[in-house]
Every structure is written in structure tokens, then in C-alpha cells.
Design a protein around this ligand. Structure first.
Ligand SMILES: *Cc1c(COP(=O)(O)O)cnc(C)c1O
Length: 378
């Protein structure tokens, strides 16, 4: 989503940003106000706004290493005199556009992976904790392995038994309370994803831990600073989020999915399924599976056709090598539902008229993205 501008901002966020941009403010006081709003909405003790969830992860980890020592804050990423090991399950070592372990490592922390890609066991976590353990990070994401790993409640139980603080990366989760209620010391969210804020990250949790993360603003957090507009807009976004009619949103989204499903019904080699979000967000998506022998197009070629349409349709392509992509019903305006349906139908129909089809290997598409980056700005 980041490469698409993250989100369509809600009016409350835009209003708040434009109201504060022409003024001076005391940032400390503004962050104090944000702390009250965040704490109330998330039913926790304190919070603040930073540049992004990724920034939040870096400075939250940093805070667990420095504590209240301002000298240590200034010495980072030198952690030679600090506890500096951070535990994370191997199945959580994802890439959300950048590697999650890098966001942790740039604080100066050392990553200690726990378990294997699809295996996480209590004994592995217990055995990984040492005198040098500063924190443990738990990632909630559709990119993470969804089975075979230690669940959050047991993860917290094991860590807290040894006084290891737990940081939860919940960047894209709708639930702003559950992980903190389970005992997480710090929870991190993106303001600009499902909530529709402007680009920012939310750090929330227990007062001391949040304060120690906040201190990093005079250290490594400086390069991750958020502007006054991001702070106020995030507070406004949270207030709008709790007032939103989520049931009505869901109904509208489900109607989009059914519309798109109907649009492709009957095409040879195209199969659709409405699937719930893998991490339990109250949201479904349309999975479009493509049999290239019948449809005369591969899933990745179809995704490219959609992205090259006059009104580009960008699909979720994380698992496209499996022969399918997913369509997200969020952030689609009412008048856009039919445009998406028509674009989808046209692309599939055009492919079907080809007399022959020679599939392109999926790696070509993936490598093309890296090549495009290396060629930027041309
Ligand atoms: C998107 C995402 C991030 C990064 O969030 P930003 O606010 O864009 O920095 C971190 N972790 C997970 C699990 C994500 O999905």
C-alpha cells in the first residue's frame, strides 16, 4: 500500500493537518495531547506519534535498551554497554516493503531468531532468553507464518516470567486494544493504513516503555520525526475511527466483492472465492485463481494487464506464484466498484480471445520490479 500512497485519507485527518500546518506549536504539548487520545482509544497508559510504524519499531526497541539513560540514547546504535538482544520468531521475519529485522537492527540491537520458519515452541523461546535480552518482538501480519508458531498470549507469558518486555508490531490490525489487553508492553500501528490517517506511526502501551521510546526523539528517532500535522491528524484519525460505522463499511465492502465476483463468473479458467483476512481483521477479500491453460493468461500476466488499464487496478500479489491474486474492497469509492468490475472483465475477455498463449515465468515479473527500482528515475 505504501507504493500506492498508503490510503485515501479520511476528511478528519485532512482537516486536522491543514488546521495546524500554518501555526507554531509546542511539540511536547501536542504529543501529550496525542498521548491522551491514543491512551483513551487503545485503553492503555500512554502513547505518541512517530513517522511510521517501522520507525515506531526501531525506537520502541531502542527504548528497551537505553531505558531512561539519555547518554545511552545519544550513543545508539552503539549498544556495547547495554542489553542488546531482541528475540523474534523466525516465522515473523517478514518483509513489509523493507525487512522487519532491519527496522530492529538499525537501533543497534542484535536479532536472535527463535524457532524455525514454521515452528515456534515454548522451550525455544525460554532457551533464547539471556542476561542480554532487551526485548521480544511479535509481528502480526498476513506476511507472517500463520501456523505452528507461539501465539501472543503464551509468548507474553514466557517473556514476562523473565522480565522481558514484549513489543507487538500490529501495523495493519483493526483491533487497537486486544494485544495490549493481553499484556503487550508496547503496541505499534500505522496511522495511514486501514484507519485512513496521513503517514504516521502510533506507539502505545505502558507508560515507562512508551516514555523510553519517546526519548529516542533526541537520538536515532530524529531522522524519523513526524511533523505537527502528522501528530494532530493521527489523533483526529483515531477519534474518527472509533466513531465510524464499521458494520456499514463491511457491508459496502462485501457488496464490492460480490460485484467483482459476478463480473468474472463464467469465464473459463477463472475461479473466485471470498476469503476472510488471515490475521482476523473484520474484512474479506476476493481471491481470483487463474488456470492459464484455460484462461490463456497467467495470474501475474492478468495482474499486469489490470495495472496497465486506463484506470489502473492494482491487486494484492504476494502469493501470485501460486496462481492467484486478491482484491481488496477497502478504500474503493462507490463509483469505482463498477470501473474495477469492467476493467477485470475486459482484461480476462481480451486474454481469452488469443489463439495461443505462451506463459511468461513469474520470476520475470518479480525481477522486473527490482530492475525498475535500479533504473529510477528513468
Ligand atoms: C506496513 C507494516 C509495517 C510498516 O508500517 P509503516 O507505518 O508503513 O512503516 C510494519 N509492520 C507490518 C506488519 C506492516 O504490515
Amino acid at each position: 500500500m505504501t507504493s500506492l500512497g498508503a490510503s485515501i485519507a479520511v476528511p478528519e485527518a485532512i482537516e486536522a493537518a491543514s488546521q495546524i500546518l500554518p501555526q507554531f506549536v509546542e511539540i511536547g504539548a501536542l504529543q501529550k495531547y496525542a498521548s491522551r487520545v491514543i491512551a483513551e482509544v487503545c485503553e492503555s497508559e500512554a502513547g505518541f506519534v512517530t513517522a511510521s510504524c517501522s520507525a515506531g519499531l526501531t525506537i520502541a526497541v531502542a527504548g528497551t535498551m537505553t531505558g531512561p539513560d539519555l547518554g545511552a540514547v545519544e550513543r545508539l546504535p552503539d549498544t556495547s554497554r547495554l542489553k542488546n538482544e531482541v528475540l523474534i520468531q523466525t516465522g515473523h521475519l517478514i518483509n513489509y516493503g523493507a525487512p522487519v529485522d532491519q527496522a530492529i537492527r538499525i537501533s543497534g540491537a542484535r536479532i536472535v531468531p527463535v524457532g524455525q520458519s514454521t515452528t515456534g515452541r515454548r522451550y525455544q523461546l525460554e532457551s533464547a532468553i539471556t542476561e542480554s535480552t532487551a526485548a521480544a518482538v511479535f509481528v502480526i501480519s498476513h506476511h507472517a507464518v500463520q501456523y505452528g508458531l507461539i501465539q501472543l498470549d503464551e509468548f507474553i507469558e514466557v517473556c514476562h516470567a523473565r522480565n522481558v518486555p514484549v513489543i507487538v508490531d500490529a501495523a495493519s490490525e483493526y483491533d487497537l486494544r486486544r494485544f495490549l489487553a493481553l499484556g503487550a508492553d508496547i503496541c505499534l500501528y500505522s496511522a495511514h493504513k486501514f484507519m485512513g490517517g496521513i503517514t504516521a506511526g502510533i506507539v502505545v502501551g505502558k507508560r515507562e516503555h512508551v516514555r523510553h521510546a519517546y526519548l529516542q526523539n533526541i537520538g536515532i528517532g530524529r531522522g524519523m520525526k513526524v511533523g505537527k500535522e502528522g501528530i494532530l491528524a493521527t489523533a483526529a484519525t483515531l477519534q474518527a475511527w472509533v466513531k465510524r460505522d464499521h458494520a456499514a463499511d463491511r457491508q459496502r465492502q462485501n457488496a464490492n466483492l460480490v460485484c467483482w465476483q459476478d463480473a468474472v463468473a463464467g469465464f473459463a479458467g477463472i475461479r473466485t472465492e471470498i476469503l476472510p483476512d488471515p490475521t482476523g481483521n473484520p474484512l474479506s477479500r476476493l481471491r481470483v485463481s487463474v488456470d492459464p491453460a484455460q484462461a490463456k493468461v497467467t495470474a501475474w500476466e492478468l495482474a499486469d494487464l489490470l495495472s496497465q488499464a486506463e484506470r489502473p487496478v492494482i491487486v494484492r500479489d504476494d502469493e501470485i506464484d501460486q496462481g492467484y491474486f486478491e482484491m481488496d474492497p477497502c478504500n474503493v469509492r462507490d463509483n469505482e466498484t463498477d470501473i474495477v468490475a469492467k476493467t477485470l472483465r475486459t482484461a480476462i475477455a481480451t486474454a481469452a480471445t488469443q489463439s495461443t498463449h505462451k506463459p511468461t515465468p513469474v520470476h520475470e515479473r518479480r525481477n522486473r520490479n527490482a530492475a525498475a527500482l535500479l533504473n529510477w528515475p528513468e
